[in-house]
Design a binder for this molecule. Structure first.
Ligand code: ADP
Length: 420
C-alpha cells in the first residue's frame, strides 16, 4: 500500500510518499511560497535526481497537482499512475477536545476541523486547504487526519486546566492541549523498544526540541502533562517564541510600548526566544558558534534556554514521582551535543550518569548517551512524524477494509444456529 503524507501550511506544502509494507520512502519534497509567481518546488525521488523548479503556484490545489505530476513523471516519478496512491494522511495541528486519535476524513470530521479554526487560526485553515486540494485532484481516495494534540488528550484535568474562572473553559475551551503529540508518541514507543522494556511500565520525559520545543511527561505510554498549552507559545524558550512568562507582562508591555494585540502576539511568537536574547539568530547552530567565539549575548541565550529546559525536566520528574529515561529529539535535541551535555551534567542529583563519548557519536541513530548502569537512562531518538502519520493512515484504512469485508459476510446462518 502506498500512502502520501501531506503537511500543508498556509503558504507551503511538504509531502512524503511511503510504501508501507517495506517501510520505504519512495519520494519526498515540498512546495514553498504558494500564492506567488515564484513558488519553489523541490522533489526528491528516492534513487533519482532531485528536481528544483521555480514557477507560478497560486493555490494548494495547483501545488498538489504539480506534486502528483512529478510522482508519475516518466523521468522523475516513482509511480506509473496516481491510482497507485491508496490513501493520503494529513498532519492537522489542532484537534481540540474532539479528536483523541487519528480518524478518516468525512463530512463530520471536516466540519469539526473547521469549527476548531478559532483555536489554530494559522494552521487548521491551511490543513483544510490541503484536504480540499486532495479531494479536487484525487476524488474518492481515502484521507486520514493525524492531530498534533491527540496524544495529549490523556492528560488529567488537574494538568490541562488553567487556574482561571471555569467559564473560560466551559464557554471557550480555554485549556492546555499540547502539541508535537505525534513526535512524543513516536519517541516514547521507540524508547521502550530501545530499552527492551514494556512502555506500560515506563516513566519518560520526552524533549522535542526543534524550532518549536516542548517537553512531555509520559507514564505507561500516556501523556500526563506537556509544556505547550492552549497554543504552541507556552512552555520552553524556543527559537523565536518566549515560552513561559508572567501573563501580566502582556498588558504592561502593551501599555508602555503602545502595542496592539496583533503586535504583542507577533513579538512573543516571532521576535522572542533565542533570537531576542542573542540578537544573533533563532538557530541553535549559530548560537553555539557565537558563544564559542566568545559572544556574551549568545552565551546568555544558551544558558536561559538550557536552564528553562532543565527546570521542565525536573518538574515532570516530580509530576510522575520518578523517571526511567529522558529522551531528546527534533532538530536541536538530535543534533546539539552541547545542549544535551549541559542538561545532563546538571542532572546528577537525579542519578544521570552522562557518557560524553556516546554523546558525540552516532548522529542520526537511536542511541543511549548515559553510561551503562546510570540510574536514569538518557536517549537520543530521531523523530519521524511523517512515518506516524503514514502508519496511522495505514491502520485506519486496514480496519475500514476489514469492516467492509465483515459487512459482506452473511452471518445469518450463524445466528440461526445460535437460536436453534
Ligand atoms: P521544526 O520545529 O521547524 O520542525 P526542527 O526540528 O527541524 O524544527 O529543528 C530545527 C532546528 O534544529 C534549527 O533551527 C536548528 O536550531 C536546530 N539544529 C539543526 N542542526 C543543528 C546542530 N547541528 N546543532 C544545533 N542545532 C541544530
Amino acid at each position: 500500500m502506498n500512502i502520501l503524507v501531506i503537511n500543508a501550511g498556509s503558504s507551503s506544502l511538504k509531502y512524503q510518499l511511503f510504501q508501507m509494507e517495506e517501510g520505504n520512502i519512495l519520494a519526498k519534497g515540498r512546495v514553498e511560497r504558494i500564492g506567488m509567481e515564484t513558488a519553489i518546488l523541490t522533489h526528491e525521488p528516492t534513487g533519482k535526481a532531485e528536481v528544483h523548479e521555480v514557477r507560478e503556484i497560486l493555490e494548494h490545489t495547483t501545488a498538489i497537482r504539480k506534486v502528483l505530476e512529478l510522482l508519475v513523471h516518466p523521468e522523475h516519478g516513482v509511480l506509473a499512475s496516481t491510482s497507485e496512491i491508496d490513501a493520503v494522511g494529513h498532519r492537522v495541528v489542532h484537534g481540540g477536545e474532539s479528536f483523541k486519535s487519528s480518524v478518516l476524513v468525512n463530512d463530520e470530521v471536516k466540519k469539526e476541523i473547521k469549527r476548531l479554526f478559532d483555536l489554530a487560526p494559522l494552521h487548521n485553515p491551511a490543513h483544510m486547504l490541503g484536504i480540499s486540494a486532495v479531494e479536487a485532484n484525487m476524488p474518492g481516495v481515502p484521507q486520514a487526519v493525524v492531530f498534533d494534540t491527540a496524544f495529549h488528550q490523556s492528560m488529567p484535568a488537574h494538568a490541562y486546566l488553567y487556574p482561571v474562572p471555569m467559564a473560560l473553559y466551559r464557554k471557550h475551551k480555554v485549556r492546555r492541549y499540547g502539541f508535537h503529540g505525534t513526535s512524543h508518541n513516536y519517541v516514547s514507543e521507540r524508547a521502550a523498544a530501545f530499552l527492551g522494556r514494556p512502555l506500560e511500565q515506563l516513566k519518560l520525559v520526552t524533549c522535542h526540541i526543534g524550532n518549536g520545543a516542548s517537553c512531555a511527561a509520559i507514564m505507561g505510554g500516556k501523556s500526563v502533562d506537556t509544556s505547550m498549552g492552549m497554543t504552541p507559545l507556552e512552555g520552553l524558550m524556543m527559537g523565536t517564541r518566549s515560552g513561559d512568562l508572567d501573563p501580566a507582562i502582556v498588558p504592561y508591555a502593551m501599555g508602555k510600548e503602545d502595542l496592539t494585540l496583533g503586535e504583542i502576539s507577533s513579538m512573543l511568537n516571532k521576535h522572542s526566544g533565542l533570537q531576542a536574547i542573542s540578537g544573533i539568530s533563532s538557530d541553535m547552530r549559530e548560537i553555539v558558534e557565537a558563544l564559542e567565539a566568545g559572544d556574551k549575548n549568545a552565551a546568555l541565550a544558551f544558558e536561559m534556554y538550557e536552564y528553562r529546559l532543565r527546570k521542565y525536566i525536573g518538574a515532570y520528574v516530580a509530576a510522575m514521582n520518578g523517571v526511567d529515561a529522558i529522551v531528546f529529539t527534533a532538530g536541536v535535541g538530535e543534533n546539539s551535543e552541547l545542549l544535551r551535555q549541559t542538561v545532563c551534567e546538571r542532572l546528577t542529583f537525579l542519578g544521570v550518569e552522562f557518557d560524553e563519548e556516546a554523546n558525540r557519536k552516532g548522529r542520526g541513530l537511536e542511541r543511549r548517551i548515559s553510561k551503562q548502569g546510570s540510574k536514569v537512562e538518557v536517549l537520543v531518538i530521531p523523530t519521524n512524524e511523517e512515518w506516524v502519520i503514514a502508519r496511522d493512515t495505514f491502520g485506519l484504512i486496514q480496519s475500514q477494509n476489514i469492516r467492509l469485508e465483515l459487512s459482506k459476510i452473511d452471518f445469518s446462518h450463524g445466528n440461526r444456529n445460535s437460536v436453534q
